[in-house]
Design a protein around this ligand. Sequence first.
Ligand code: ADP
Ligand code: UVW
Ligand code: MG
Length: 394
Amino acid sequence: MSDSVLVLNAGSSSVKFGLFDIAPAEPKLRCRGLLDEQEKVPRIVVSDASGKQLFEKRHASGTPDDNGLLSDVFAWIEDYLAGGRLAAVGHRIVHGGREFYGPVVIAGQTLAALEALTPLAPLHQQRCLAPVRAVQSLQPELTQIACFDTAFHHGLAPPVSRFAIPRQFEQRGIRRYGFHGLSFEYVASRLAAIAPRWADKRVVVAHLGNGASLCALRKGGSVDTTMGLTPLDGLVMGTRCGTIDPGVLLYLMQEEKMSVDDVQHLLYEGSGLLGVSGVSADMRALLASHDPAAREAVDLFTFRVAAEVAVMANTLAGLDGLVFTGGIGEHAPEIRQRICDRLSWLGVRIDAAANAQGAQRIAAKGSPVNVLIIPTNEEVSIALHCRSLLVTGH
Ligand SMILES: Nc1ncnc2c1ncn2[C@@H]1O[C@H](COP(=O)(O)OP(=O)(O)O)[C@@H](O)[C@H]1O
Ligand SMILES: CC(=O)OP(=O)(O)O
Ligand SMILES: [Mg+2]
């Protein structure tokens, strides 16, 4: 019986988990699940690698205790592993700050250092750290490993990483970090496997989910990305504004008399698709709606994705490939079509039928830019990092 790693991926709109065998070879998915704490009736669903449901539990009596649904997950895993060893729990942690840019075992002061980064990712950091604290209280001996969304972008260099404010702030860590790195890393490795001819070219990956960002890849590494110091920058998102004139923030505080907390809430949780449409943060609901404000929100979303692809192409000095991933990127043909239509001047042309089917390659025949859909899997990136940290120590 081989060792397993439990991977917990806490995002802004979901908590996913995966159980992987990590010995002796590449991590192999045994089962995956979803902790749905946002529904009225919190529930856990677990299915095997082929998608067959293995387990479901609903907490009809209301919100479970502080350790959320994790104690149920551990009880289920213990049964499922039937004596097999759980070697570690790997976590997606959104911000690693200046100190963390590779996977680390969470020990000593690590948790406190990660908590101190909460202001840099107010919507995410505590959501990612809550499961760490829960596992510490449920299974204090279990090794826990933090894998960072920022790490893949660690090599970003000026001018990309620099904000045009006095240097002393950059020296204090105020610069572009970038996020969704575990997703971009996985997509880059899949691209190398699926389309090796393109993997070394000038490729932009569009991770379009509830949070959304772009990454410019050169030789499989990140050379630019749309998010910045925080996951608020760049594209229009479910509830986040993305890039905005910083003067708006000052105006809201000075003239609208909004507090810092009010502005934070507005920009992180009340803006983006939700704020513009007044209808929903969920792209499915907006695409199904006839409300003109919903159509405008979708239009702003696609306009800004296309505009930022052009920014990434500037960094790459051209564009050879465009890859869609994330909930919207993988499942919304209308959004892909509208983005690609806006980018036709850059040589992006897609085949309508391939796009409608969600084929892997959706570029039109003869399109100068290759266009692909590659479903992301942040859990696999985390499992790989955990395995290499456990086996080789880094
Ligand atoms: N079939 C679909 N058509 C359009 N949008 C979709 C579809 N399926 C999922 N989405 C959108 O994907 C987004 C969630 O993306 P996802 O990557 O799963 O989220 P997270 O950022 O929490 O990981 C939501 O806006 C949802 O509406
Ligand atoms: C960093 C980020 O935006 O993550 P998510 O897509 O989970 O919101
Ligand atoms: Mg996500």
